[in-house]
Design a protein around this ligand. Structure first.
Ligand code: SF4
Length: 373
């Protein structure tokens, strides 16, 4: 993790307090709760884990202005991520078709994250600090998923998501490794999929939570460790596990019965970027064993950034914006929800993609690239 004096350290987010890098990931002192969510067994479990935390009743986890809607929170948002949790219920259950990383996006069991990656899209919907909201109606969520899996029947055709199983992304709006430190929601999902011969859970993570090794996924949960060159991670992956730790965890997760894949993401184009990835690939190659290699695959995702997030980041971590916001390399792209995104210009991006995938093929010939964009 970066330290306040390291080149990768972000600007201090609050004067006189611990920096975002040194603050513990979770030190919960206030729990905002929808009363009905708190009454459910999963809500009770979270409250019992932090019995001294102040409890604040809210009408809806979507509307907590002091957490979500106040731009002035930029200076405090990492502290809020550390100290606040929210208990809510997921009101509308649906599994959205995806087809890229997974076949379906599962209904979320949480929303928000205690980490603070500068490029993260997760806060865009709830805004700013976005601490973890735990959805406590987990029995409804797992019940819905079990029925959805049953309705699909066996997968007839292999696709880029998986040759045999229907893949459900269970971590679209949070990081499941951190969620598993807060409640048993992720453990429940891993257990559910362990019994599904036709389906798998999948989630990307930037955090190593070794408690997950005690679960029994039986090959039906895919953990995708997100990797990027260490120096870039120190600059942009704030509060995450160091990249070397993520690599060191791969063999252990394979041994525990997880399918382990990788997300090379986001790929950020900057001076020396390809040489830094070559070094990372060599570090990875040296850090994993044959069993991990035999089942390895990866997704490659080049950076997409967002104008609104750029403005917010300028208030707390302007150094990251020097690599994330590069108008001379990027072109605008209006997202489905109307957000003003930028991505690398399409002509140049083709070249970046080709160079990246050729490098991966040379250094990690056993690692299938499931898709790259
Ligand atoms: S770990 Fe993932 S969800 Fe959390 S801040 Fe980083 S990119 Fe966002």
């Amino acid at each position: 993790m970066p330290t306040p004096s390291s080149p990768g350290a972000p600007a201090a987010a609050s004067s006189g307090a611990a920096s975002p890098a040194t603050r513990p990931l979770l030190d919960v002192s206030r729990i905002y709760l929808e009363p009905a969510a708190a009454a459910l067994p999963r809500g009770q479990q979270v409250l019992a884990r932090w019995p001294d935390a102040e409890r604040v009743e809210v009408a809806s986890h979507w509307q907590i202005p002091e957490l979500h809607g106040n731009q002035a929170n930029v200076a405090r948002w990492v502290r809020i991520k550390t100290e606040a949790l929210v208990l809510g219920t997921l009101k509308s259950l649906s599994a959205r078709p995806n087809g890229r990383s997974s076949d379906f996006i599962a209904p979320s069991s949480a929303n928000g994250c205690a980490m603070a990656c500068a490029y993260c899209y997760v806060p865009r919907r709830k805004g700013y600090s976005n601490p973890v909201t735990v959805f406590t109606n987990i029995e409804q969520i797992t019940g819905y998923l079990a029925r959805h899996v049953r309705r699909q029947g066996p997968k007839a055709e292999p696709n880029q998501c998986d040759p045999q199983a229907w893949v459900y992304d269970i971590g679209e709006n949070s990081d499941c490794s951190v969620d598993a430190m807060i409640s048993d929601n992720v453990a429940d999902l891993v257990r559910l999929f362990a019994d599904q011969p036709t389906a798998k859970a999948s989630f990307a993570t930037k955090y190593v939570n070794r408690d997950l090794l005690a679960l029994e996924p039986r090959g039906r949960t895919r953990v995708r460790f997100s990797l990027m060159p260490e120096a870039m991670a120190k600059l942009t992956d704030i509060r995450t596990s160091p990249v070397a730790q993520r690599i060191a965890a791969i063999d252990d997760f394979v041994a525990a019965g997880y399918e382990v894949q990788l997300n090379f993401s986001p790929v950020i184009v900057a001076d020396g970027w390809l040489a830094a990835w070559a070094e990372l690939f060599d570090q990875l190659d040296a850090g994993i064993g044959d069993r991990a290699r035999r089942q390895l695959a990866a997704e490659v995702i080049f950076l997409t950034h967002n104008e609104q997030l750029h403005e917010v980041n300028l208030g707390w971590h302007p150094r990251a914006e020097e690599v994330l916001w590069r108008p001379e390399l990027q072109e605008p792209k209006v997202s489905q929800n109307g957000g003003r995104n930028v991505r690398y210009r399409s002509g140049a991006k083709r070249g970046y993609l080709d160079a990246f995938t050729a490098l991966a093929a040379e250094r990690l010939p056993y690692c299938r690239i499931r898709y790259a964009f």
